[in-house]
Design a protein around this ligand. Structure first.
Ligand code: T46
Length: 140
């Protein structure tokens, strides 16, 4: 549950004269069963999204079109990923605070998630996140 676990996953790209195809299978290309897919689009220039962490949710984030930045923070380290290719996914493990900004026009952010939507799974307050993140019961 720390930043070192979050990494870019290089997805396969099958190219032929008709174009490119990339596919993702749960537990093969991502380290979880895919239970939900959602996408963020039509993001106005200058908008920021994220600003939360998940207690249990695992995710793979892909810039299906355009580009944006994701800043990951586990309270100790911070890392910025610039996503701009639809064959790269950023794996985010649980208990990582994330911010998203720098969306290009027409960007589409696709997210594969390990669970259904639950507001209970969110920390939307950084101080509460930090308190639980670094409490001895979560030292791993
Ligand atoms: C994340 C980043 C990358 C739903 O009703 N169902 C859903 O599956 C989702 C994802 C959201 N919602 C509702 C909850 C809020 O009322 O849609 C609203 C916007 O959600 P949120 O503010 O969480 O959106 P983002 O873009 O800040 O964050 C989302 C995901 O929530 C989050 O898991 O990591 O994308």
């Amino acid at each position: 549950m720390n930043l070192a676990e979050c990494k870019i996953i290089n997805l396969e790209k099958i190219s032929d004269p008709r174009g490119n195809l990339t596919f993702i299978e749960g537990h093969k290309h991502v380290p979880f069963d895919i239970k939900r897919v959602y996408y963020v689009y039509d993001v106005p220039g200058g908008s920021e999204r994220g600003g939360h962490a998940h207690k249990c949710l695992k995710q793979l984030v892909i810039a299906l079109s355009g580009s944006f930045d994701i800043i990951l923070n586990d309270g100790m380290d911070k890392k910025t990923f610039h996503l701009s290719r639809s064959y790269y996914g950023l794996y985010i493990c649980p208990m990582i605070w994330r911010e998203m900004n720098n969306f290009s026009s027409n960007s589409v952010c696709l997210v594969l998630a390990s669970n259904e939507y639950s507001e209970e799974d969110y920390y939307r307050n950084f101080e509460s996140y930090m308190q639980d993140r670094w409490s001895p019961k979560n030292w791993v």
